[in-house]
Design a protein around this ligand. Structure first.
Ligand code: ZN
Length: 171
């Protein structure tokens, strides 16, 4: 198990468009494992490679699965080159991001989506998602396109956020 360091705003890697992965090499499979370990350690439901400083189109997501007896089980999905191939409806939800600590925003996104990508065993898969899973996919794919939650607010709000974070770091 290896934990990676989470890169935070305004690190420039977060605003870069990440490069496609040509196939799942052992290095990419290891990156997926390390990203999953990091996501669990940070209590996140998703993580994109740029958030650990790697500008590649790789994401991991786990919103868990509730079993009939009420207990929760992990349900890890690792994808390279994920893309949204169909969408329907609209839904609003409050989102946060490990790369933008202490920042939350309510966003309108597609309610249901189908995502296509390459899984850890190099197979093309299609995943239907709604609810939190749909939001998580759209959020992580935004990361691969260099888009962050904080880009959705004004320059003035962004400066205010940076100043508040600097003050936090100083005390
Ligand atoms: Zn994020």
């Amino acid at each position: 198990m290896a934990l990676l360091k989470i890169v935070t705003y305004p690190d420039p890697v977060l605003h870069k468009r990440a490069e496609p992965v040509s196939k799942i090499t052992p290095d990419i499979a290891k990156l997926m494992n390390d990203m999953a370990d990091t996501m669990y350690a940070e209590d996140g439901v998703g993580l994109a490679a740029p958030q650990v400083g790697v500008s590649k189109r790789v994401i991991v997501i786990d919103i868990g699965i509730e079993l009939p007896d009420g207990t929760k089980k992990t349900n890890l999905m690792c994808l390279a080159n994920p893309e949204v191939i169909s969408v329907s409806g609209e839904a609003e939800r409050e989102e946060g991001c490990l790369s933008v600590p202490e920042f939350r925003i309510i966003l309108k996104r597609h309610a249901k989506i189908v995502v296509r990508g390459t899984d850890r065993s190099n197979k093309t898969v299609e995943i239907m998602a709604d609810g939190l899973l749909s939001v998580a996919f759209q959020h992580e794919i935004d990361h691969l396109d260099g888009k962050l939650l904080i880009d959705r607010v004004s320059k003035k709000e962004q400066e205010k956020y940076l100043k508040a974070m600097r003050n936090l770091a100083e005390c």
